[in-house]
Write a new protein. Structure first.
Length: 234
């Protein structure tokens, strides 16, 4: 597990401040049951709907992405009953590796020394199920196999086919909000597993704490290989 000498401050997520769903940005209705907070980080809230973003086989130059509403997701699940189960396993895996994904983003983007990169870049990581994944616990089922950095403009071009730009825009709004709270900001990890893509919002500590974390264990250009090792040790 990654550790820091100084404890990171707990930062209340933008979705809780704005009372809006972390993913779809739906506003919470004061006359209905409040949205549920994330059981792990407590920093964000979600409405009852969720998004599946499916992609065709990955291409660095062409990756159309389709955001599905809850009803469409249910219809897709009726044709492929294992789709929702696979998505749940994938989400469970990356929720158990937030510290490693955060460190990968910090080192890949060199945020400790180039803090302005948080406004310009994100990272992409492709993972695959291990051959014996059925016999492994959730946190051990996947392994990173490919990764690289993207500019936000490149990411928007990739996501622009089906409204994915709004997701990146929401991350940028959260980035501005967290900076006002004293953090370096918010970056994103775009994760692909098979034909599913999900976004992991990475809340960053203060600029000084981010630099300390990177300088204490700088993965540098080997960040993908070091991420492979880190998720095995988590």
């Amino acid at each position: 597990m990654l550790s820091m000498e100084s404890k990171e401050p707990h930062i209340k997520g933008q979705s809780r401040v704005l009372k809006a769903c972390h993913w779809c940005l739906k506003k919470q209705d004061p006359n209905q049951k409040p949205f549920q907070a994330c059981g792990r980080c407590k920093e964000v809230i979600y409405c009852v709907c969720f998004a599946i973003i499916s992609v065709k086989p990955f291409s660095p130059t062409y990756m159309p992405i389709y955001g599905l509403t809850q009803n469409v997701a249910k219809a897709a699940a009726s044709e492929n009953p294992g789709a929702l189960s696979s998505l749940a396993v994938f989400k469970k895996w990356h929720s158990l590796h937030l510290a490693s994904l955060r460190h990968a983003a910090i080192c890949a983007l060199d945020l400790g020394h180039r803090p302005d990169a948080v406004d310009k870049n994100i990272i992409f990581v492709k993972v695959e199920l291990k051959p014996d994944h059925q016999n492994l616990p959730p946190k051990k089922k996947y392994m990173p196999v490919m990764g690289f950095t993207l500019t936000l403009e490149e990411a928007r071009q990739m996501l622009g086919y089906a409204g994915g730009k709004s997701i990146l825009d929401s991350f940028q709004d959260a980035n501005v909000h967290m900076k006002k709270k004293g953090g370096l900001g918010v970056t994103a990890v775009m994760l692909q597993a098979g034909d599913v893509v999900d976004f992991v919002k990475i809340l960053l500590p203060s600029p000084a704490a981010t630099k300390h974390q990177q300088d204490s264990n700088n993965w540098g250009e080997d960040w993908l290989q070091r991420l492979r090792v880190a998720v095995e040790l988590d």
